[in-house]
Design a protein around this ligand. Structure first.
Ligand code: ADP
Ligand code: MG
Length: 346
């Protein structure tokens, strides 16, 4: 069966006086990996659980394929879910956990067992069938939860921060494994994380959430390179939001207006690095730190905020002994300067 589209239309959820979902509309394409990205409390889990059926919206509609599921029970929606806590059954074996969704769907035990074993093999858990859940590592539990979510071949897969309990190396490995499984199955997937790098790594598209609304929806590169608002620019790593008055254009660049975004890694300390057309920004070193792959510099440029620079190490700054208070000029190429308030776009 082909993967379905998921369509949300003005979905609203209110807790007391708190608006958790503020008329959210969203189209998830068939077979797409779409990530809900946002800070804690922005409504990611509420939105995911509304699709799953655990949260009942006050208004709006949710469709999966041709079916309006807004009032459909959880178990009628044909959705696999990996919860943030994994929600595994601690008193059952690994195999018992993965068989469970099949037995609930009344598959004969022998067939359920065979399919559960296959799902465990695909999740690289061969040989763990008889283990207790309590005897597994965090990464193994995560794999059991994933195997259980897909064993009944659901049409849709939902995952709520499934990697947040794992350490960095395992998390990065699992990002690729989950993405590969999702592509092999071709299953329409909505994934929740608050980690921008994880969202960029895994997704076809990212919906950035803020206060119960989707602030920007786009592919990873445009989200990263062309944030449409201050909120998205701030959330997607180290961006500078600078009033045009602080930027001195050179080359054929005209005087700029409005508010502009320049990413920390797109600033350099040599003018040549910015090419023929760009801007210069004068400032004083407020702080500097060695971070391994980069040097981190904060320049006081006289605005509300310091200007952040992220300069690759192994280059110009190594061993030069930058001093706090020192005067410096930072440069950015025209193509790396982006307007967020309709001011002039270089
Ligand atoms: P996220 O997953 O992005 O951290 P949530 O969807 O869990 O955000 O929560 C969104 C907002 O709704 C938060 O302010 C949270 O406190 C509130 N909220 C979520 N679930 C409930 C609930 N069951 N009762 C009351 N408030 C809730
Ligand atoms: Mg959450």
């Amino acid at each position: 069966m082909a993967s379905p589209r998921i369509a949300l239309e003005r979905v609203r959820k209110v807790y007391g006086s708190h608006v958790a979902l503020d008329d959210v509309s969203l189209d998830v394409r068939p077979g797409e990996f779409l990530t809900l990205l946002g800070p804690s409390g922005s409504g990611k889990t509420t939105l995911l659980m509304a699709i799953a059926g655990f949260v009942r919206p006050e208004a709006g509609a949710i469709r999966i394929g041709d079916v309006d599921v807004t009032r459909l029970a959880v178990n009628k929606r044909d959705i696999g879910v990996v919860f943030q806590s994994y929600a595994l059954f601690p008193h059952m074996s690994v195999l018992g956990n993965v068989e469970y969704p099949l037995l609930v769907r009344r598959l004969p035990r022998a067939e359920a067992r065979e399919r559960a074993r296959a799902a465990l093999a695909r999740a690289q858990l061969e040989g763990y069938e008889a283990r207790d859940i309590a005897a597994l590592s965090g990464g193994q539990r995560q794999r059991v939860a994933l195997a259980r979510a897909v064993v009944f071949e659901p049409r849709v897969l939902l995952m709520d921060e499934p990697l947040s309990a794992l350490d960095k190396n395992l998390r990065e490995q699992m990002q690729f494994e989950i993405r590969k499984l999702q592509q092999d199955l071709g299953i329409t997937t909505v994934y929740v994380t608050h980690d921008q790098r994880e969202a960029l790594t895994m997704s076809d598209r990212i919906a950035v959430m803020n206060a119960g609304r989707i602030e920007q929806l786009d592919a990873p590169q445009p989200i990263y390179q062309r944030p449409i608002s201050r909120f998205v620019a701030d959330f997607m790593g180290e961006s500078n939001i600078v009033p045009a008055a602080l930027l001195e254009p050179f080359g054929s660049l005209p005087t700029l207006k409005g508010t502009l975004v320049i990413r920390a890694e797109n600033l350099a300390l040599e003018r040549e690095a910015a090419g023929d057309d760009g801007v210069a920004i004068k400032g004083r070193v407020a702080a500097h730190a060695f971070r391994g792959e980069t040097w981190h510099l904060r320049l006081d440029v006289g605005g509300d905020r310091d200007l952040l620079l992220s300069i690759p190490s192994g280059q110009s700054l190594d061993g030069t002994g930058i001093q706090a208070g020192q005067q410096l000029t930072a440069y950015a190429a025209a193509r790396h300067i982006h307007s967020i308030d309709g001011g002039s776009q270089p």
